[in-house]
Each structure stands twice: as structure tokens, then as C-alpha cells.
Ligand binder design. Structure first.
Ligand code: SF4
Length: 481
């Protein structure tokens, strides 16, 4: 994933940029960057944040930067923002993107002219640089951004900063959010996360719609391209990776998670001693469950946070599992002899949740009932740079379906596995329960999840559960347009 932040001000705004970008740190663990236009022209710093958080890494840059306009990012993949010189002038660019047709677009760029790209390690091309090359194929930045949004298969939300203002463009289908904030008489900012500017004195002004492009200066903003009708905002923003204090399309994350938990509780029939959430993303769902059911919420294991910053996240899965385990400390009194109901945001491989369950049994738990806050994940995400899985067979559901059906499973059969009222679904859930050694297992239903968000299903991407939402590659659709 990744997050972006920009600010244009009548005054020096280095600290606004620094803290505004830092508040996106939960969206990525690898790279971060800031670019400003000040006395020395364009200035930029990029650091690796894998083993040290954003604030520590950029402390020195803050004292060296100056200016009244800047953009910043947290990136899970490529180094950015990039500084570009082209026939459109000098600009800085940062993106949140996943480009599935990167090869096609690179080859097209080679054919248009003798273009060159800098090579990143691993022989890859920096996707943000490719987006800049798409923009540069047009006569104005505005036209270029519109062209880039249209050409990318996957998703693209971006900020382009000149010496005078910031162009902001939201993904064509609004898969990732972008919102403008205002500090009275002083500045405008634009952010992925709406909470990122509240403590800096800004308030919400306007959430961009799908495909909308705006130009922001210290005086205000101008709409360059209006929002489109078709929206497929990522539902996983609310379920897992959006920050609880953020609001997308008017729906707050924490509040939505309470509704998820309440819906899970209404359909349930077990009577555990306590309800708990796998920290941190399961906690709000568990509060909702506890409030609805009347069963007490408790924390039978607690994260040891002082020396385990979230940004310390190795790429190797077994090391990640070890760290996840080392972070959790049991509270014997809340576990021994107790029946626990545990809510996690989702089940991907199941490895971590199986280990957590083992850990609870070993700590004396009598029963461990598991309630994931979303339906079984059946498809890998093809729209966001989401590091949860490399192959669909990383998903426990797909491994079980492969064991039962073989390698080539049709979309119709997968749709049956996604239907919570079908026999195939029930058998798959029972198999997951057995493999992961849970006392009982019940997933959130897709219809309940959509209702918990409170937005019409046709405006949500639900691809990872039911393969709905790939508008660009959908030949037969019509209903959601
Ligand atoms: S496939 Fe899933 S994670 Fe990806 S954009 Fe759609 S809802 Fe979000």
C-alpha cells in the first residue's frame, strides 16, 4: 500500500508536511519521502523506514528543508517522491498505485520516443516514474494526469507538485481515497487519511470523487476534471488497513468496525466468557460484538509495544510470524479455564491465527471461538499494492478448494464457495476450522459487511471475496454504471 500527503501554505509548512506524512505510517513499511519547493528550488529526501520509523528518519531533513509547498509519502514499494524535468516544466510526483499493465505501458513509451527509465534493483521500473512518463506524453499536466488515470490497469491516486500548486488526482474508480483540508486564512492540504491533518489545525473541505482532478493553491482549489459516477472504493479500507480515526465517503472506520462486530454478534449462538480482538485491527470489531451481545470485552493478551514499533516488519514470512508471536503477552487470569471468542480482521494464510490459538490453549484456554470480521478471502487483490499474499494459493481457502476440486476451478464453482448459504461454503469453513484447530468458526457475511459499511454494494470493491469490482476488465457489466 502507501499513503500520500501534500500542503500549500502562505507560511512555512515543513512541520505540517512532516507530521501530515508521518500520520500515514500505518500504510507502508519500506520507503518514505518528502519533497518541497523552497529557497533552493526543489528539495527532496527519501529514506528506508524498514527498521526505523518515519519521524526518526526525517528529523534532520526537517531542519534543512524550507518552503511553503510540499508533498510526502509512505511507500511500500518504490522510492518516491520523484523530481521530474520535462517539457511540462519541473515538478515533483508521488503516487499510490498498482500498475498491472506496466509492461504494455513501458513498451508504448519506448515506441513513442526513445524514452529511458531508471532501473530499480531487481531490474524493475519505478511505477511512479512510469506515471510521470505517461503525464509527459500530453501537452499539460492536467491532460497528462487524466491520461495516466485512464491508462493504468490496477489503481492510481497521485499528487503532482509544481513551484506554485499541487495537482491531485483520485483513482478512476476511487479505490483509494483523497481528501482536501483547510487551515483558515493560511493553507490547504490534501491527504489519503482524513485524520492526518486534524491535529495540524485543518478541517475537512472536500473528498475527491472517482477520477476527479483538482488543482490546489494556498488560496483554494479548482476542479479541473469532475468526478465520475462509477465508484469501487476498497472495502478493506474499513475492515483492516484504514486508520480507525479516518473517514472515507463519510463513513468512519472505527464506527464501521463496531457495526461489523454487532452484526457478527446478532448471528451468533455461542456463549463465551469474554470477547477479545486480535490487536490492533480486531479490537474495534470485538467492542461492537461485546456491546451487542452483552458479553464482556477483555484483553486476554496484550501487545508489548515499547520496543516493537509497527514499522519493524521483515519481508520474510516466518520472521514476521515470530515477531507477531513475540509481541503478544498472555494475561493468565483472563485465559485459564475460560471460553474465549476472538475476532480478527480476516484470515489470509491462517498461520498466525493458528499460532495465536495454540498459544491461548497452551496458556490454559478451554475454548477458542474465531470470528473473522470479513468473509473468507477467495481472490488476491489486483488493484492495490497489498503485501498480504504473493499467490492465490497463499490463501487458506484456495488451498482447501484446490485439495477438493483440483487446479482448475471455474468462477462458477468459486462463486458457490463464496455463498454463505451453500453446502460447499459450509464444508470449506469446517475444513478451515479443523486445520486451524478452532473450537468454532463463523465468518462475517458479505451482505452484513456491505451493510456495516453503509454504502451501496455497487459502489464498493468486493473483489477479494466475490470477484466483483474489476470494472476495467468487465465486459458484461452494466448494472453498476
Ligand atoms: S480486491 Fe479487496 S483489497 Fe483489493 S481493492 Fe478490492 S476490496 Fe480492496
Amino acid at each position: 500500500m502507501g499513503g500520500i500527503f501534500g500542503v500549500v501554505s502562505k507560511k512555512e509548512c515543513v512541520l505540517d508536511l512532516f507530521f501530515g506524512t508521518d500520520y500515514h505510517s500505518h500504510l507502508g513499511t519500506r520507503r518514505a519521502g518528502m519533497a518541497m519547493y523552497g529557497d533552493r528550488g526543489f528539495d527532496r529526501a527519501i529514506h528506508n523506514i524498514q527498521n526505523s520509523p518515519f519521524r526518526t528518519k526525517f528529523e534532520r531533513d526537517v531542519s534543512e528543508f524550507n518552503g511553503r509547498i510540499g508533498i510526502g509519502c509512505i511507500s511500500d514499494y518504490e522510492p518516491q517522491p520523484l523530481l521530474i524535468q520535462s517539457h511540462l516544466g519541473s515538478y515533483a510526483i508521488t503516487t499510490v498505485c498498482k500498475i498491472n499493465n506496466i509492461e504494455e505501458l513501458v513498451n508504448e513509451a519506448y515506441n513513442v520516443g526513445r524514452t529511458q527509465f531508471l532501473e530499480m534493483s531487481g531490474s524493475n521500473i519505478n511505477p511512479t516514474e512510469l506515471v510521470a512518463s505517461l503525464i509527459n506524453q500530453k501537452d499539460t499536466i492536467e491532460e497528462g494526469i487524466e491520461y495516466a488515470l485512464e491508462r493504468v490497469d490496477g489503481s492510481l491516486t497521485l499528487l503532482v507538485m509544481t513551484d506554485k500548486g499541487i495537482y491531485a488526482g483520485r483513482d478512476l474508480y476511487g479505490r483509494t481515497p483523497l481528501i482536501i483540508g483547510k487551515k483558515e486564512e493560511e493553507a490547504y492540504c490534501v491527504a489519503f487519511e482524513s485524520f492526518s491533518y486534524l491535529n495540524l489545525g485543518y478541517h475537512d473541505v472536500k473528498e475527491l470523487g472517482p477520477g476527479e482532478i483538482v488543482y490546489i493553491t494556498e488560496e483554494g482549489y479548482e476542479i479541473l476534471r469532475p468526478a465520475r459516477d462509477t465508484m469501487k472504493i476498497c472495502t478493506f479500507l474499513w475492515i483492516y488497513y484504514g486508520y480507525p480515526t479516518s473517514t472515507y465517503e463519510g463513513i468512519n472506520v472505527e464506527d464501521m468496525r463496531y457495526r461489523c462486530g454487532e452484526a457478527l454478534a446478532r448471528r451468533d449462538c455461542v456463549s463465551p466468557d469474554i470477547v477479545a480482538g486480535v490487536p490492533d485491527s480486531g479490537t474495534a470489531h470485538a467492542i461492537g460484538y461485546a456491546n451487542e451481545s452483552g458479553i464482556p470485552f477483555a484483553r486476554p493478551f496484550i501487545k508489548y509495544t515499547p520496543t516493537w514499533p509497527r514499522s519493524f516488519m521483515p519481508t520474510d514470512q516466518s520472521q514476521r510470524n515470530l515477531i507477531a508471536k513475540m509481541k503478544l503477552i498472555p494475561v493468565d487470569k483472563l485465559i485459564r479455564g475460560k471460553s474465549l471468542l476472538l475476532i480478527d480482521d480476516s484470515i489470509v494464510r491462517g498461520t498466525q491465527l493458528r499460532e495465536t490459538t495454540e498459544f491461548l490453549y497452551n496458556s490454559g484456554a478451554g475454548e477458542v471461538h474465531i470470528r473473522p470480521a470479513c468473509p473468507p478471502l477467495l481472490h488476491g487483490c489486483r488493484f492495490l499494492n497489498f503485501s498480504r499474499s504473493n499467490s492465490e494459493y497463499d490463501l487458506i481457502t484456495r488451498r482447501i478448494i484446490r485439495e477438493r476440486e483440483g487446479e482448475n476451478v471455474s468462477d462458477e464453482v468459486l462463486a458457490e464457495y463464496a455463498d454463505p448459504d451453500s453446502e460447499l461454503y459450509k464444508e470449506m469453513i469446517e475444513e478451515i476450522r479443523k486445520q486451524l484447530n478452532f473450537t468454532s468458526l463463523r465468518f462475517h457475511r458479505l451482505d452484513d459487511m456491505v451493510q456495516s459499511v453503509g454504502i451501496a454494494k455497487e459502489k464498493l470493491c468486493t473483489y477479494c471475496w466475490d470477484k466483483q469490482g474489476d470494472c476495467k476488465n468487465c465486459a458484461s457489466c452494466g448494472g453498476c454504471k
